[in-house]
Ligand binder design. Structure first.
Ligand code: ZN
Length: 176
């Protein structure tokens, strides 16, 4: 696949799979806006050198938030893209609390490219939390969320200075 074809297919696939989803925040933005923001952050961080990584950013929530399987990602895209998406996917069989802990514990063990997607994801989520926190979050989790996101981000350091800087900006705003 050339890069343009790959990215066109990735967007079409993601838009189709996430078609009925919206962000949980007050504003209820279409889910695909989050995917666009994460992909754009990855591009800010790495430039246009790694089309598989950008496609994986577009597809990063397809395992976790739609019925899409790893095998489908291999079939439609490639082993490399499927593996990247798997690496940033939580195990939904675990309780939410445990999944959050595992994200902190496992962040630093991820490969560099997966860290790039993960940090872009955290940056996007922090930004939308700033703009409007999800309605169904408890008061306690709203308070703990920024601290948790920063603990995950700590393990993602050292790979991408541009995205780290953007994450830091969002985190600073949240503290003030
Ligand atoms: Zn995401």
């Amino acid at each position: 696949l050339n890069d343009l074809i790959l990215l066109t297919r990735a967007w079409n696939f993601a838009a189709t799979r996430h078609v009925h989803q919206r962000r949980k925040a007050e504003a209820q933005a279409p889910y695909v806006n989050h995917l666009a923001e994460v992909a754009a952050l990855v591009v800010e961080g790495i430039g246009g050198q790694d089309a598989n990584l950008i496609a994986a950013a577009v597809l990063h929530d397809s395992n976790e938030d739609t019925e899409t399987t790893r095998a489908e990602l291999v079939k439609h895209f490639s082993e490399d893209i499927a593996e990247l998406v798997t690496e940033v996917t939580d195990d939904k069989g675990l309780p939410k609390h445990r999944r959050k802990e595992l994200q902190v514990e496992q962040a630093s063990n991820k490969r560099a490219r997966a860290k790039t997607i993960k940090l872009a994801d955290k940056t996007s989520n922090l930004g939308s939390h700033l703009r409007s926190p999800p309605r169904d979050w408890s008061v306690q989790w709203r308070r703990e969320y920024p601290e948790w996101a920063m603990r995950v981000a700590e393990g993602l350091r050292g790979v991408n200075p541009v995205i780290e800087w953007l994450f830091g900006e969002a985190a600073d705003q949240l503290r003030h």
